[in-house]
Design a protein around this ligand. Sequence first.
Ligand SMILES: CC(=O)SCCNC(=O)CCNC(=O)[C@H](O)C(C)(C)COP(=O)(O)OP(=O)(O)OC[C@H]1O[C@@H](n2cnc3c(N)ncnc32)[C@H](O)[C@@H]1OP(=O)(O)O
Ligand SMILES: O=C([O-])CC(=O)C(=O)O
Length: 370
Amino acid sequence: MTATKGLEGIVAATSSISSIEDGVLAYRGINIDELAQHASFEEVAYLLWYGKLPTQSELGALQQQLSEYAAIPSEVVEQLKLFPKNTNTMAALRTGVSALALYDETAGDISHDSTQNKAIKLQAQIPTLIAAFDRIRKGQEPVAPKQGVSLAYNFLYMLSGDEPDPVAVKALDTALVLHADHELNASTFSARVTVATLSDIYSGVTSAIGTLKGPLHGGANEAVMQMLTEIGSLEKTEEYIQQKLDNKDKIMGFGHRVYKNGDPRAKHLQQMSRELSELKGDSSLYEMSVMIESLVTSQKGLKPNVDFYSASVYTLLGIEKDLFTPIFAISRLSGWTAHIVEQLDNNRIIRPRAEYTGLYNQRYIPIELR
Ligand SMILES: CC(=O)SCCNC(=O)CCNC(=O)[C@H](O)C(C)(C)COP(=O)(O)OP(=O)(O)OC[C@H]1O[C@@H](n2cnc3c(N)ncnc32)[C@H](O)[C@@H]1OP(=O)(O)O
Ligand SMILES: O=C([O-])CC(=O)C(=O)O
């Protein structure tokens, strides 16, 4: 038995949800470029869950369900109030989602219909949970979700308590479309591994949140913003990046396990970053990002991934850095839950082998002789 480090190139599941072939990402066969241009996040969630685009009435019914489910139990809000104010936002989300399960009597029901229903419920509640935690840590009361608005609108509204700018709603909606699913990425894989033991959707999503949090995966968007903040200005960009490259340090937001010729989502986020910069009349983050891309691509041949330009996009939308990965989770929840349903519908426990590299023929030594 020979191990493949990081399971590179190993095909570990069959799935009909999303594909990456010849550098093209498609959800249920529809190119992401088309979806980024035309679809709303709710349409994409429907597509991922049900395998087809919704009709107007199907979309209306989903929007209605999302609105109905958006409030979170008051017991969970009380728990959020007990969290330390400086808790990492992804840790708060991980614990918050786990807590939601305690107030859902159907939590342990892993039947198809109940799991699908809980996917919609979680999709509605997670933005509310994140926004509530953000306000509580700032000493503010949570804002109740608004009925009859899009998920992107509601999230921005619940963060600030004010009607969001339509440009910001559109930009966030497109970012959610772009992050919704990505084949067997690490967090989706962990969700599938968890439910493949016949555990429930809350356990699967909690595992996935913990996996997305790391800076080699979803946490990279916050690490990119950390880097841009540390650099501070366009003038200092070249020296900072050159030093990192010379030290062989990783530049966050670059490289990808699957895409070697560029991540098809990055161009959309770059364009959004440029447009938002123009609109705000402040192109500093965008220009720094472009310079970083040019240095890293020319010297290392590495291209930006989905996390690179999303950092400047979210900052230009007025969103704080430590909400970037939770926003990724809001979007990816649609993909995680579609994969959870797919896994449970055709389940087999996921249990690979390890190549043993330890000692053989050792003997037990009594403690007093060690
Ligand atoms: C949503 C997402 O999860 S997208 C990915 C988000 N993560 C990041 O942006 C973090 C930075 N990037 C990385 O760490 C990696 O590129 C990953 C984790 C995305 C992919 O990892 P892997 O497929 O294992 O690639 P691996 O780490 O083997 O990289 C191959 C080579 O490129 C180098 N490399 C890869 N990414 C980077 C980077 N961002 N900066 C500098 N060098 C890099 C590696 O050091 C390695 O060099 P070597 O062959 O000389 O040792
Ligand atoms: O697929 C991956 O390895 C990481 C990624 O880009 C994603 O999850 O969107």
